[in-house]
Each structure stands twice: as C-alpha cells, then as structure tokens.
Write a protein that binds this ligand. Sequence first.
Ligand SMILES: [Zn+2]
Length: 167
Amino acid sequence: MVLRDLPQLPNQIVIAPHTRQRLVAEAGRSRDTRECGGWLVGHAFERGVQVIDLVGQGLRTKRERSSMELVGRLAEEFVSQFDESIHIIGCWHTHLTEDHRPSDLDLEAWRYYFEVFGEPCRAALILTPDLGSGWVWAVPRLHAWMVRRSRRETELICEPATVVEAV
Ligand SMILES: [Zn+2]
C-alpha cells in the first residue's frame, strides 16, 4: 500500500453529529493507555462513504499500547441484518500519541480489510488525544484516511480524507 500526503481528488467521510459523539465517547476507552477501535458501517459512494453506525470491538479484541486487532466477524454479523446497501465501510482506532499517520501495521490491516470486505471498506479514522489539555480524551482529534485502487489497478493507495458533518 502506498501512503500519500495529499489526495488526487477529495475523499469524503460523511458522519452525523450524534455518531461522531459516540465515536468520541468510545475512543475514551483509551484512558486505560491502550489503543481501542471498532468498525464503521454505512453506505459507499463514488468518492467517499457515509457512516450510519458503529460496531464495537468486542471483548476479546487484543488491545496494546501501540496496536490493536479488530474482530471482523462482529462487523459481518451486524451488517448481515440489513439489505445490501449497508456495508462495512471501514474502521477506526486510537493512537496514544499525537501521531495521526497510519503505522505500517495499520496500512497492512487496512489493505487486508479492503480485500476481505470489498471496496466499500475503505474509510479509516484515527483518533488522537489532545495532550495539551487536562482531559486528553475529552475532545480527541479526528484524522481521516481512505484506501482506493490506483487507476491502473496495480496497487492500493491510502490518502487523507475530509470529515464532513451530515445534515
Ligand atoms: Zn494505528
């Protein structure tokens, strides 16, 4: 997977305010100084995705200081309740530092999800703490990335995305 600093065309991750609030609340689990994360569920469109719901990580998820491992089966089970327009559209996780770039491990995981769950599974959010404040997880910073196939389909590309508030 190739990591780019700038997108060729804008990528959008649309999220409703209440879903974003839930995401922020979930990210607060990292107060125990281990990464946490989960899945994003919703619709995919030409240059982006719309997040409809979140799926938790499950109790058996392995969580460490600088990595975590998501359980895909939980997202698959959740999505199977709905019609075909609802997909696993990506995942989110926290970093404990202000480093908002995906690690090599992150890129490898995202490539795997993209291949296993299909092209709708392309959004990736990284939440980082606000280390300048006393309540570092009260208002975490949200960083968005998106995976796509290169035009020649020879490789996968990961680029920054923009988070857009749904109305
Ligand atoms: Zn990471």
